[in-house]
Ligand binder design. Structure first.
Ligand SMILES: *Cc1c(COP(=O)(O)O)cnc(C)c1O
Length: 378
């Protein structure tokens, strides 16, 4: 995630929160060939590498896919395409990465927060009705840590209040909700991020928009190219939100492995949750039937900061996603929220700790993480 420094693999026995060196070493030949082909083609903006990645990503998701310069830009372009702007309100979670709410504000609309459910860290759908009024245009559910919100419930509530749904799916490519729904099936569109630490990571900034609606997909393509409908004809104002061919080539190599990597993340999560059963550690809840892809494995614990220090002294990397809820961020002071407004989000900020989870972790490493966490509470 953007706020976390990229750890490198270091001394034996240490378990970094995250590292990309093992993955790079495995894929090195394939990646270098793909990058070399783009360099030799001299098609650096648009062209066949971008088209190929969009086709493969679209096939993977069962939707149209439009490559965008970052996950943040995907949120912004998504909101612009849906016509969200000044005077509008958009409902979202206060417990997410900053970009979700920052993008709402950048359109001129006003973010409206509703509390999360502490067990899943996901926005409480039932709280949306009370927060919606005549100015509320949209809702952005955040599928946090790799787990999707229940889209049927959300869809029903959104329809009653005439809200469009734009999914923040930055952390959950490959996930399904408890009823088997995937991304952009019960919404207008879903935003993806390929920030290097995400489950599918580029070699730099990258993102995408998914939608089942070909007309909306065309609008995304126009918006990422300054609202151009024909060469040098601008029907509306967009921006430069294109994704480089080099990033598309890298992502296209890695996409083939994503299902395998997500399964490995799920296996590591199942191992951790098994080890922590019956202990002080509160493990992340997974909705029955859902496919959680564990972008992060986040537990809740008492004495969180002391545990974090204990693990750090033993060479085990951890992180706090997120230490401060968005309704209490200085830049949102003018929205008028006070401490106590969203007790479950605020409690999450005090209790959460993300443990190492990435596909290349060895059995020995995950055993060490579990051992050290349990040793602290013994
Ligand atoms: C990573 C992330 C984003 C932003 O994506 P970038 O590609 O870093 O711009 C947005 N929302 C959430 C929930 C994220 O985790």
């Amino acid at each position: 995630m953007p706020e976390a420094p990229l750890a490198v693999r270091d001394e034996p026995g240490a378990v970094p929160l995250f590292e990309l060196i093992s993955q790079y070493e495995t894929l090195r030949g394939e990646l270098e060939n793909a990058v070399q082909r783009v360099l030799a083609s001299t098609e650096y903006i648009g062209g066949s590498a971008v088209r190929r990645f969009e086709e493969n990503l679209g096939r993977f998701c069962g939707t149209e896919a439009v490559a965008i310069s970052s996950g943040t830009d995907a949120l912004l372009v998504g909101l612009m395409a849906l016509g969200v702007g000044p005077g509008d309100k958009v409902i979202t979670s206060p417990f997410t990465f900053f970009a979700t709410a920052g993008s709402i504000s950048r359109t001129g609309a006003r973010p409206v927060f509703v509390d999360i459910d502490l067990n899943t860290f996901l926005m409480q759908s039932a709280a949306i009705s009370a927060a919606a009024d005549g100015r509320t245009r949209a809702v952005i559910p955040v599928h946090l840590f790799g787990q999707m919100c229940d889209m049927e419930t959300l869809h029903g509530i959104a329809r009653r209040h005439d809200l469009v749904i734009l999914e923040d799916a930055a952390q959950c490519l490959g996930a399904r909700d408890g009823r088997g729904h995937g991304l952009a099936q019960l919404s207008r569109a879903a935003c993806l991020s390929f920030y290097p630490t995400k489950n599918l990571g580029a070699a730099g900034d990258a993102g995408a928009l998914l939608t089942g609606d070909p007309i909306l997909a065309e609008r995304f393509r126009q918006l990422r190219q300054h609202g151009e409908t024909r060469r040098y004809q601008h029907a509306f104002i967009g921006g430069n939100f294109r994704l480089d061919a080099l990033q598309c080539a890298v992502l296209d190599v890695k996409l083939k492995y994503l299902d395998r990597w997500n399964q490995r993340r799920r296996d590591i999560a199942a191992y951790y949750s098994g080890r922590f059963r019956g202990s002080t550690v509160i493990t992340p809840a997974e909705a029955p039937g859902a496919r959680h892809v564990y972008h992060q494995y986040v537990v809740r614990v008492p004495r969180r900061d002391a545990l974090r220090e204990h693990l750090q002294r033993r060479g085990i990397g951890t992180a706090i996603y997120y230490p401060l809820p968005l309704h209490l961020q200085p830049c949102f002071a003018d929205l008028g929220y006070q401490a106590g407004a969203f007790p479950q989000a605020e409690q999450a900020c005090r209790e959460v700790l993300a443990l190492p989870i990435f596909p290349e972790l060895t059995e020995g490493q995950i055993a060490r993480v579990a051992d050290e966490v349990l040793a602290f509470f013994r």
